[in-house]
Design a binder for this molecule. Structure first.
Ligand SMILES: *Cc1c(COP(=O)(O)O)cnc(C)c1O
Length: 362
């Protein structure tokens, strides 16, 4: 087997879940967000571990993601955060999924299938309070509620909104979203809807805006050990590992990889790693990133290829073929470091770790 794998530590995951619980207290529930294959960690194993830890619900982006969990005998409530297309209504209902609704067309399609199968379908109403992405807008809420109250096989179980800037320096935008959300909630109540769950907080808001907790929160990135603020002890869950598969010595003046973007200025020892941009190790990391090997770090040199990347191990004493290399996730190289080198955020680094990379649960 190709020696490139992601070690997923489920104890660390559970410890991060307990950090969330510690912050929110025991009167607030948790929808653990496991979209995008649990941010690259493997949705089935992660979901099982989170449910064992006491997660009340799971949140995914798509119906396919939800079906993968149902097929693995996961019976917890699953909220479809991205809503559903009318043609997905049947499958969502058959599999007992909880759609979020923000359009009448979807609401009508769901109601139709619900009627046909003699079920009452619970949904979460998504309202837009400033993200300007998905959700019913403030100006349209009364009209929307009027129409949806005609759909007798739908039951509003929850109402939620999403923050655009909960991790931003200024708190104002989020505080304004919270007050718009509260105003919408009273309109919803005035229209005769009393949803059991009200939720808005992502990881940043869980830590920074206690007034956003309502009675359910939606942590994602903090479960995976990133995005913690000071005083919140999160542990990285994924360690991305590989092994050196070849070592060569090149003279001063020789270049490495496509385009010769690295030229040795001294006799140099190069090690080749079986990981590349098709594994999610972005080309952007060429000549920028470092990896952890034999208790020190070594720079990535030359262009990262589709399946391979090279590092300079001239200063790594005793380096050998077969040495384990940590790409990120140990105390020397973190996913935050890699995100910085790639000019992106840890979310993107974690969720794009490729399909070819085996997930190994420990
Ligand atoms: C992804 C997502 C979350 C989780 O956000 P984090 O910043 O990872 O905690 C919460 N709510 C919604 C609607 C999302 O799409």
């Amino acid at each position: 087997m190709r020696p490139t794998w992601a070690e997923i530590n489920l104890d660390s995951l559970k410890s991060n879940f307990l950090q969330v619980k510690r912050i929110i207290g025991n009167r607030v529930g948790v929808i653990s967000i496991v979209k995008a294959d649990a941010y690259g960690h493997g949705a089935v194993s992660v979901s099982k571990a989170l449910i064992e830890s006491g997660s009340d619900m799971l949140g995914v982006a798509t119906v396919e993601e939800a079906l993968e969990l149902r097929e693995s005998s996961i019976r917890a409530p699953i909220v479809l955060l991205g809503g559903i297309q009318p043609e997905e209504a049947e499958s969502a209902i058959k599999n007992d999924l909880t759609p979020s609704i923000f359009s009448l067309a979807s609401a009508q399609a769901i109601n139709k299938y619900a009627e046909k199968s003699g079920k009452a379908v619970r949904y979460h109403l998504k309202v837009d309070t400033g993200m300007n992405r998905l959700g019913v807008d403030s100006g349209e809420i009364c009209d929307f509620l009027n129409h949806i109250s005609d759909l007798k096989n739908l039951e509003m179980e929850g109402v939620f909104t999403h923050f655009a800037n909960a991790d931003g320096e200024s708190r104002d935008y989020t505080l304004n979203q919270i007050s718009v959300f509260r105003a919408l909630l009273s309109l919803i109540n005035q229209s005769g809807f009393y949803p059991r769950y009200v939720h808005s907080a992502n990881s940043a808001a869980i830590q920074r805006f206690y007034e956003s907790h309502m009675n359910l929160v939606r942590p994602g990135i903090m479960l995976y050990g990133s995005g913690g603020i000071k005083g919140c002890e999160l542990r990285p869950v994924m360690i991305l590992k590989t092994k050196i598969i070849q070592i060569k010595r090149i003279p001063s003046g020789a270049s490495v990889s496509y385009g010769g973007t690295f030229v040795a200025t001294r006799p140099t020892i190069i090690a080749t790693l079986p990981i590349g941009y098709a594994d999610g190790y972005m080309r952007r990391l060429s000549n920028r990133a470092r990896v952890s090997v034999r208790g020190t770090t070594a720079p990535v040199i030359g262009t990262v290829c589709m399946d391979l990347a090279m590092i300079d191990v001239t200063e790594v004493p005793g380096v050998e073929i077969g040495d384990e290399v940590v790409v990120f996730g140990d105390e020397r190289v973190s996913v935050e470091d890699v995100a910085r080198w790639a000019d992106t955020i840890p979310y993107e680094i974690l969720s794009t770790v490729g399909k070819r990379v085996r997930r190994v649960y420990v």
